[in-house]
Design a protein around this ligand. Structure first.
Ligand code: GTP
Length: 241
């Protein structure tokens, strides 16, 4: 298979999709946090978008997992970095603020076959808001696992989800990370990346009181990863003793 192919996204931008992000150069990074209850499919969705494949098996995320993919949007190579955060409270704890730090967008996921995961959404929205990802930040609501048989409850919850998304000014999408749902998953994350590019996101991040050029190293996404992993291990050691 070629490492890229051209598509025109729903937003009308010319997007070349590149799955093998590892060695590709890029001019900026979009950090997108993916949140929602445990088991709603965050790992599956992010894996699906970044590899073009359905994961044969997933494990509960501890802390956070990172997945990346480089997209060529209107001739500019942009790294889309997805932060697949743990849904279980005990695996998040003190790391929450690092998830949200300098994020450009948030994706909220619920499972259409699990009403409780929908009822939790206000908590996730509030957590985002408290970490500076309020209404001005591009946000998307995803109802995942539509491949599971829709029940009457699921249909009524879908209506409520549509309403919730409208109230919070974010698009609402239904999709499935399983089987043939990949194209839809692709379209959702790609459209979000196109929106972030149009808003001029990711052109170097600011640190109070410093010129942007001098903080390029400090604001490198790797710094987030190092801080996060450091915090995680300290937290684990404290739990053990
Ligand atoms: N039928 C179906 N199952 C799915 C779908 N997406 C995920 N799953 C399954 O749901 C289970 C949980 O998926 P994960 O992707 O690990 O969920 P998560 O939100 O990352 O969970 P945490 O890491 O605990 O926060 C796994 O068994 C997946 O195979 C989907 O679209 N349809």
């Amino acid at each position: 298979l070629p490492s890229w192919f051209s598509v025109t996204s729903a937003a009308g931008a010319q997007v070349r999709e590149m799955h093998s992000a590892g060695s590709l150069s890029y001019s900026r990074t979009f950090k997108i946090v993916v949140v929602g209850d445990s088991g709603v499919g965050k790992t599956s969705l992010t894996y699906c978008f970044c590899t073009g494949q359905w994961p044969s098996a997933t494990q509960t995320t501890i802390g956070v997992d990172f997945r990346e993919r480089v997209l060529d949007i209107d001739g500019e190579k942009i790294k889309v970095q997805l932060w697949d955060t743990a849904g279980q409270e005990r695996f998040r704890k003190s790391m929450v603020q690092h998830y949200y730090r300098d994020a450009h967008a948030a994706v909220f996921v619920y499972d259409v076959s699990d009403v409780a995961s929908f009822r939790s959404l206000p908590v996730w929205l509030e957590e985002c808001r408290q970490n500076s990802l309020g209404p001005d930040t591009p946000r998307v609501l995803i109802g995942n696992k539509v491949d599971l048989l829709p029940s009457v409850t699921a249909a009524s919850v879908m209506e409520q989800a549509r309403h919730l998304a409208e109230v919070h000014g974010m698009p609402f999408h239904l999709c499935s990370a399983r089987g043939g749902g990949g194209e839809r998953v692709d379209a959702i994350f790609t459209a979000l990346a196109v929106q972030l590019k149009r808003q001029g996101c990711g052109r170097g991040r600011r640190v109070a009181g410093r010129a942007e050029d001098s903080v390029v190293l400090l604001s490198h996404p790797l710094c987030d990863v190092i801080i996060l992993l450091g915090t995680f291990w300290v937290f684990l050691l404290l739990e053990m003793f």
